[in-house]
Design a protein around this ligand. Sequence first.
Ligand SMILES: Nc1nc2c(c(=O)[nH]1)N[C@@H](CN(C=O)c1ccc(C(=O)N[C@@H](CCC(=O)O)C(=O)O)cc1)CN2
Length: 299
Amino acid sequence: MSEAAIIDGKAFAAGLRERVAKVAADFEAQAGRKAGLAVVLVGEDPASQVYVRNKNKQTVACGMNSFEHKLPAETPEADLLALVEKLNADPAVDGILVQLPLPAHMNEQKVIATINPDKDVDGFHVVNVGRLATGLPGFVPCTPLGCTMLLKDRLGSLSGLNAVVIGRSNIVGKPMAQLLLRENCTVTIAHSRTQNLPEVVRGADIVIAAVGQPEMVKQDWIKPGATVIDVGMNRLPPPEGETKGKLVGDVDFAGASKVAGSITPVPGGVGPMTIAVLLRNTIVAAHRNAGVTLDESAV
Ligand SMILES: Nc1nc2c(c(=O)[nH]1)N[C@@H](CN(C=O)c1ccc(C(=O)N[C@@H](CCC(=O)O)C(=O)O)cc1)CN2
């Protein structure tokens, strides 16, 4: 049996950023200003600090303005809400992203609900959730939209394929299922109470693993030739004498690669798509906010 083809998310993301940069330059010429993304970080979570730094660097590299707001972990929720309101009213800001997770004393839903849905480039606001569910134009969460782009690039049409999404989070599992439905897949959402999960997954032409359990999906769960998208990012405990553990996904990559037709690695698969799609959503938001025409399907 031949090994699965590797879906190179890092390379695809680089191509998407190039397309965004071209569209951002055209936008600046037409609108007479740069598109702008505001990113808010509350606290000092080390992983979040890295993601926010990368968002800032990649936004600027694409020719857009990046407005970074860093607040101490103990900031009162009301202050964060006031900042979001200020960004809602700022015409230089096309997209607003509040980095998650927030400190425990803050209500994430309340914060997201304060963002203007037309600047909600994360696609987390209930208005955008509703738009996705009803087929209206809005913003779609970056990670699942990135997975869909990788799938369509690999498979072309997804119509009629059986897709199993393992995980039902608001950020990945549920929007992922909606996007696959939009592509005319037959979609199953599996979760911790699903019975006979291996058997359910064995029926899938497309497997999306977004469950947060290191290497849970095993070789014998995969239908031969299936396309496997691993959204998991789990840091294993460091080996003795070392400080950093290995980063693994939710799929046993070595095993699944022996059976799957194609598979995303971790790192270098879905992860890099998250920020590239954020930049894509931001340039789309800028066009909509400024009333400048854009063929959104081309970016
Ligand atoms: N407001 C948001 N918060 C969070 C989101 C989000 O989409 N919006 N997603 C994640 C974190 N995230 C971006 O914010 C993110 C995660 C992972 C990657 C990535 O490129 N991962 C690399 C590996 C990185 C490593 O070595 O640690 C990969 O998979 O190759 C980018 C962005 C939670 N919060």
